[in-house]
Design a protein around this ligand. Sequence first.
Ligand code: IPM
Ligand code: MG
Length: 360
Amino acid sequence: MQLNILTLPGDGIGIEVTREAVRVLHRVCDKYKHTASLSEALLGGIAIHKTGGPFPAETEKRALEADATLMGAVGLPEFDNWPPEKRPERGLLGIRKSLGVFANLRPVRSYPALLDSSPLKNHLIDGVDLIIVRELNSGIYYGTPRGIEGEGKSARGFNTMSYTWDEIDRVTRMSFELARKRRKKLTSVDKSNVLETSQLWRCVVVEVAKDYPDVELDHLLVDNAAMQLVLNPKRFDVMVMENMFGDIISDEGAVLAGSIGMLPSASIGGKRPSGAWVGLYEPVHGSAPDIAGQNKANPLGAIGSVAAMLEYSFGLTEEAAAVNKAMETVLNSGRVTADLRPKGTPATTEEVGKAVCEAI
Ligand code: IPM
Ligand code: MG
């Protein structure tokens, strides 16, 4: 198979983890006789430095042409005081929207070798295997009006959380389909005791559920969901929620996995102008400027995102399983990066990437 992939390493540790993810991709392609044709483009802070904006038109064009896009991370401290519309993060929001990838799948599982890497008690997390489906194209991240009006102490900042029926419907269906292939349990997370968007959310979910009688559905308020996720994470199979709730809850989920560096993600659901499906794959972690360029970052979130790409964009399930299995072999060997608090000397980003390749 010919795989045309665009990489967007972005900023900070995005660059080094993407390098390892690409190494693993080449190894899989070698082994299974696929041809990967990779090209790289700019997104985020590096794009601001080189082109003046976080999401250059050239990047958008090439992402729309590629079969799939692999992203690293965006964000640089020098832009911390810039307004949201100019920041590196806006590049990421831009590409998510432009590709139309409305469902962001963030799987969280506990690996036996990492039980002690999590601050939570082993018995709570042993066996955790859940997927957070985060709505990715709407909600408060994109709603208008938004802005800051007035100045100084009379200033007022405002954002809009909005959802249409269709936006909720499509991500809910995607989540039910996923649940159907797993343990057939879906938890919808909202704040319907306070927010109108959540009231509509719940109403649509209940309506869609009529088409999936074989899947057990429950609803949790987001504050309670945050608590249940650490009290009893094994109760969850698939969770679906709006954009910002998903952003927050997925970082909490990272604690179950041992480190946010472990979490991959797949953003799917979008279609190219030609009608072909398109996917965007990115680790859940950010650009971590504090450790950038030091060969310390955990590349497994990025490598897991390659596995997700092989599976969702190319249907290469055997290849995806080989990557996941190799990651587990490396975890069992104990040669892991500092975030996972290994007993001996921590491995470097590059060592972990190479070890995964060897295990494949
Ligand atoms: C994530 C990140 C991004 C988000 C940032 C970098 C804009 O936190 O993917 O979870 O908020 O979506
Ligand atoms: Mg986040």
